[in-house]
Design a protein around this ligand. Structure first.
Ligand code: ADP
Ligand code: MG
Length: 691
C-alpha cells in the first residue's frame, strides 16, 4: 500500500505536538504535514561560521562562541540581566529580558556559551539584545549548523527551534517513505525549465546549504506556480459547474428597446452599446450569465444595468440590483425609476429603515412578482426576501467584496431549478493578470470610453503649506455657484481619530470660509445621518462637503467639480483615482487638488505623478499593481480570506500566463490533478473563508 500523502496526514501525527502546540499551529492555518512544508521561512541566517568578538559588525547578526565572565542585574526601565562574555579577542555583553531562575543558573563564570543575534554598540561596548543562546559541551565548540538556518513566520508561544524540528521530522518521513508527496508537475513544465522539482524545492527552502541562498528563490517560485495553478483550476471548475446549470431565457423585443432608448436624456455611447449587446447575448442563453462589467468611474454602467433589467422584465422575470450602500441604492432607484417606470416596470426599493407595514407591503410586491426590479443593499440576500421569479442579479461596485463573498452570494441567489443570470459591475479595473485568477470564472465586458462632453479632471499636486491659498480658491468657486469636496487625510490607525480629524477640519474650514455652507460626513455617523447629509449636498443645500473616504463609491453630484484631498501621499493610487472620480461628472470645469506633506518618498511621488498625467483607470490600476508589488518580502503571508500561502501578487504575476496554459492542459487531460491540487492548497482555506 502506498504511504499516505502529506496532505492527508494531520500535523499531530508528528512527535512532540501537544494540545497547545497544535492550537498554535492551527492559528497559523497549519493542519497537515503539507501545510507545514509550505509554511516558508521569512529569511535565512548563516550560523555555520563563528565570528570572533573583535570582528563583530554593528547591525549584523552573527554567531559567537565565548565564555561567561560575569553576570549582573541591569539598570533601566525593564527588568533585565546583563551577562558579560569574553573570547580571546574581546568582550561582548548580552542583555536578557525573559529568563527563568533555571536558565540563569547556567550562566556560571567560565562556562562555554554560543549566542546568535544582532550586534549593536551599547553603553558598555558591543552587545546583543536577547540573542538565541545555548551552552555547548566542551568538545562541541564549533558551530553545529552545517547549512543556512531558516527563520519562520511563527506566532508568539512557538519557538523557532521547535518549528524547525517539526519540519525536519516531516522531511525525514518523506525520506523514509512513511509519507508520500505527489509532484503533479513532475513531467509537466513549471514556471520555467530551470525550476527544481517539488521534493527538491521543499528541501532547498527548509534546509538550504550555505551556497544555496540564490536557489531558494527558484524553489519558492516552483511552489507559487503550483499554488496559482490550484487557484486557477478551481476557478475554472466553478466556471464549468456554473455554466452547467439552467437559467431562464431573457430577451428584449426591438420596440421596447427603442422605447427605452428614445426616452433617455442621452444617446448610449458605442461602448455602452457594445457591452449591452454582449450582455443581451448572454441573457438569451439557457445557461446563467456570469459576467463582469468593468468601466471607469462615470463611464455609465448604470444605464447598461437598467437595460439588462428591462430585458428581464420584458420576459416576465425579476431583477435584484444590489448596491454597496443605501445611498447608492437610492440613487439607482431614482435613475431606474426615471428610465423604466415609463415602460411600466415597477421598481421597489428595500432598505433597512423601511419597517413594518411599509416593509411588508414592499416585500409582498416582490413576492407576488409585481415588482420587476428590486433595489437594495446586500440585505437583499441576507433577509428572507422571497422573489416570485428572480431571473437576474446585478451587483454594483463589486470591489467592496472579496472573491469568496462573491462566490457565496452566487450560492445564495441560487434557489429553484433555474438559477438567475449574474452581472457584476466594478469601477476598479482589475489588472489583466489578476483577473486570470480571481475572475477566471467570469466573462468580461469593458466600457472603455466615457460619455461625450465631459471635461477631463485637471489634477494638480501642491505642497500642504499652500493650504490657505486653496481655501481662498474655494470661496471663488462657490461664488460661481459650484460645489466642492474636501477629503480629509487618511488615518489608518483608527477610524475614531479619522473622524475627529474630519470634524476638526470642518470647524477650521467654517471659520475660514464665512458664509459657505459646509456639510460633514464620516464613517462614525449613522448611515441614515450620513445619507441625509449626502442627499442635502446633492440638493445643493451645502456648498462644501468635508468627508473621509466614505464618499469613495459611486455618488453622483455633477455640480461638484472641485475636490481637495489632504495628505494625498497617504492614499493608494486606485483609491485616489476613485475619489477623483466624484468630480468631472458634469459639463463644467473639474479640478482635483492633491495636497501633500513634503518630503515625498519615491513611491509617493510616483503615485502623484501618475495621477497628474493620467485619467485612465485601467492604466492607473496596472501601475498601482506594479508599485504595490515592489517591497514585498520572501514568504510574507497576507492575512484574510482569499490570499495565498506561498504565491504573492503581483510579485508572481509574471508566471500567470504559464499558469493559465498549464491549467488548460491539465483540465483537458481530465486527470485527478485538479482535485488533488484543490485539496492540497485550497480545501480548508475556502471552507474557513466562507463561514
Ligand atoms: P458609473 O459607471 O460610475 O456607475 P453612472 O452610471 O453613474 O457611472 O453614470 C455617470 C453619469 O453619466 C450619470 O450622470 C449618467 O446619467 C451619465 N451618462 C451615462 N451614460 C451616458 C451617455 N451615454 N451620455 C451622456 N451621459 C451619460
Ligand atoms: Mg456606479
Amino acid at each position: 500500500m502506498p504511504a499516505p500523502a502529506l496532505e492527508a496526514l494531520p500535523i499531530d501525527t508528528l512527535k512532540g505536538i501537544g494540545h497547545a502546540t497544535r492550537e498554535r499551529l492551527g492559528k497559523l492555518g497549519l493542519f497537515t504535514l503539507f501545510d507545514l512544508l509550505v509554511h516558508l521561512p521569512l529569511r535565512y541566517e548563516n550560523r555555520t561560521e563563528l565570528t570572533p568578538i573583535a570582528a563583530l559588525v554593528p547591525g549584523v547578526r552573527a554567531l559567537v562562541h565565548a565564555r561567561v565572565a560575569g553576570i549582573e542585574a541591569a539598570r533601566g526601565r525593564r527588568r533585565a540581566v546583563v551577562c558579560r562574555l569574553e573570547d580571546e579577542t574581546g568582550t561582548l555583553y548580552i542583555r536578557l529580558f525573559h529568563y527563568s531562575a533555571t536558565q540563569l543558573s547556567r550562566f556560571i563564570p567560565g562556562a562555554h556559551i554560543q549566542c546568535f543575534g544582532e550586534v549593536r554598540i551599547g553603553l558598555l561596548g558591543p552587545e546583543m539584545i536577547h540573542p538565541e543562546y545555548r551552552f555547548p559541551t566542551p568538545d562541541g565548540a564549533g558551530p553545529t549548523e552545517t547549512g543556512l538556518t531558516p527563520v519562520y513566520p511563527i506566532a508568539e508561544g512557538l519557538r523557532q527551534r521547535t518549528f524547525r524540528g517539526l519540519v525536519e521530522q516531516t522531511l525525514q518521513r518523506l525520506d523514509s517513505g512513511s509519507a508520500s508527496l505527489h509532484d503533479p508537475l513532475a513531467d509537466r513544465p513549471g514556471p520555467t525549465s530551470a525550476h527544481p522539482p517539488l521534493p527538491e524545492a521543499l528541501r532547498l527552502l527548509h534546509q538550504p546549504g550555505t551556497n544555496d541562498a540564490e536557489r531558494t528563490d527558484a524553489a519558492r517560485e516552483r511552489l507559487a506556480f503550483e499554488e496559482l495553478l490550484a487557484h486557477r483550476l478551481s476557478m475554472l471548475r466553478r466556471r464549468v459547474e456554473g455554466r452547467r446549470q439552467a437559467a431562464p431565457v431573457l430577451a428584449l423585443d426591438v420596440r421596447t428597446r427603442q422605447a427605452f432608448e428614445s426616452q433617455l436624456p442621452f444617446a448610449l455611447t458605442a461602448a455602452q452599446q457594445r457591452v449591452s449587446a454582449e450582455i443581451g447575448q448572454d441573457l438569451r442563453q439557457a445557461a446563467p450569465m456570469m459576467r463582469l462589467l468593468q468601466g471607469d468611474v462615470g463611464s455609465g454602467k448604470t444605464v447598461v444595468a437598467a437595460l439588462a433589467a428591462l430585458t428581464a422584465a420584458a420576459s416576465q422575470w425579476q431583477t435584484a440590483l444590489m448596491a454597496p450602500t443605501e445611498l447608492l441604492a437610492e440613487q439607482h432607484f431614482a435613475n431606474l425609476s426615471g428610465w423604466l417606470a415609463p415602460l411600466d416596470v415597477e421598481i421597489v426599493l428595500l432598505l433597512g429603515r423601511h419597517k413594518n407595514s411599509q416593509r411588508e407591503e414592499r416585500l409582498a410586491r416582490v413576492a407576488e412578482g409585481r415588482a420587476g426590479v428590486v433595489i437594495g443593499t446586500h440585505a437583499l440576500f441576507q433577509r428572507h426576501v422571497a422573489f416570485h421569479r428572480l431571473g437576474l442579479v446585478i451587483i454594483d461596485e463589486q470591489h467592496r467584496f472579496g472573491v469568496h463573498q462573491r462566490l457565496a452570494l452566487r450560492a445564495k441567489g441560487d434557489t429553484g431549478t433555474l438559477v438567475p443570470h449574474q452581472l457584476i459591475m466594478t469601477a476598479t479595473p482589475i489588472p489583466r493578470t489578476r483577473a486570470m485568477l480571481d475572475y477566471a470564472d467570469l466573462d468580461l465586458s469593458v466600457i472603455d470610453a466615457l460619455p461625450p462632453g465631459r471635461t477631463p479632471v485637471r489634477t494638480i499636486a501642491m505642497r500642504g503649506d499652500r493650504r490657505d491659498e486653496i481655501i481662498g480658491r474655494i470661496a471663488d468657486w462657490v461664488g460661481r455657484g459650484r460645489q466642492a469636496y474636501w477629503v480629509c487625510a487618511l488615518i489608518e490607525e483608527s477610524e475614531t481619530l479619522q473622524c475627529e480629524a474630519a470634524e476638526k477640519t470642518a470647524k477650521g474650514l467654517s471659520a475660514a470660509l464665512d458664509g459657505i455652507r459646509i456639510g460633514l460626513v464620516h464613517g462614525r455617523m449613522k448611515s441614515a445621518d450620513k445619507e441625509s447629509v449626502m442627499q442635502a449636498f446633492k440638493r445643493h443645500e451645502f456648498d462644501l462637503l468635508v468627508a473621509t473616504t466614505v464618499i469613495e463609491v459611486g455618488v453622483d453630484v455633477p455640480n461638484a467639480g472641485l475636490m481637495i484631498i489632504e495628505n494625498a501621499e497617504r492614499f493608494g493610487l486606485s483609491q485616489l483615482h476613485q475619489l477623483r472620480g466624484r468630480v468631472g461628472r458634469g459639463a463644467g470645469d473639474a479640478f482635483c487638488v492633491l495636497l501633500y506633506q513634503p518630503p515625498l518618498g519615491t513611491t509617493a511621488r510616483q503615485r502623484l505623478d501618475i495621477l497628474r498625467e493620467s485619467n485612465d483607470g485601467f492604466a492607473i490600476a496596472e501601475k498601482d499593481w506594479e508599485l504595490r508589488g515592489s517591497g514585498e518580502l520572501l514568504g510574507t503571508r497576507q492575512t484574510g480570506g482569499g490570499s495565498f500561502r506561498v504565491a504573492a501578487l503581483p510579485r508572481d504575476a509574471w508566471m500567470l500566463p504559464r499558469v493559465a496554459e498549464a491549467a488548460d492542459r491539465v483540465g483537458a487531460e481530465d486527470s485527478t490533478v485538479p482535485a488533488q491540487l484543490h485539496h492540497r492548497w485550497i480545501g480548508r482555506s475556502i471552507q474557513y473563508a466562507e463561514v
